[in-house]
Design a protein around this ligand. Structure first.
Ligand SMILES: [Zn+2]
Length: 150
């Protein structure tokens, strides 16, 4: 990734300073940094993904008069998880997630804040080998409207 593109992301962030640190809406597991433990809405910090107990146990052990039931903790969307599609001035679109409450009242400033946070995530992804991204396209488009996905 070119320095020029990194700077373009920083410049966009400066125009709209984030209320939270760029990556703080995602909490990674302590033992496995690729495992997402929870995710919060970037606008209000409400939890939109978290770990829940698996329905079926993976092991049941009888220990005397007690029974030990072992279940998995699996990441799942909470009831307030909401995907939206941000629409851009060049006719392109981008799907991202916020909470159900915030999804009903997003200004173009909020859409820009969400998009800049996603650009910062794309940058981290590319740094970790998940790329490359089309920065010439990603960095020049501006959010103009959005739709709440079904
Ligand atoms: Zn929210």
């Amino acid at each position: 990734m070119r320095q020029k593109d990194r700077k373009a992301i920083r410049d966009r962030r400066k125009v709209r300073p984030n209320r939270k640190k760029p990556s703080s809406h995602i909490v990674f597991a302590r033992l496995n940094k690729n495992f997402i433990e929870s995710m919060s809405c970037r606008l209000c910090t409400g939890i939109i993904r978290s770990l829940v107990e698996s329905e079926n146990p993976i092991r049941i052990q009888k220990m005397g008069d007690k029974t030990l039931i072992t279940k998995l903790a699996i990441p799942a969307e909470t009831s307030s998880y909401q995907e939206i599609t941000i629409e851009f001035d060049d006719g392109s679109a981008h799907v991202t997630a916020v909470c159900r409450h915030c999804s009903g009242k997003l200004s173009n400033d909020m859409l820009e804040e969400l998009y800049v946070t996603d650009l910062e995530q794309f940058e981290r992804d590319e740094d970790e080998g998940r790329g490359p991204n089309r920065w010439d396209k990603l960095l020049t488009r501006v959010p103009t409207s959005y739709k709440v996905n079904k």
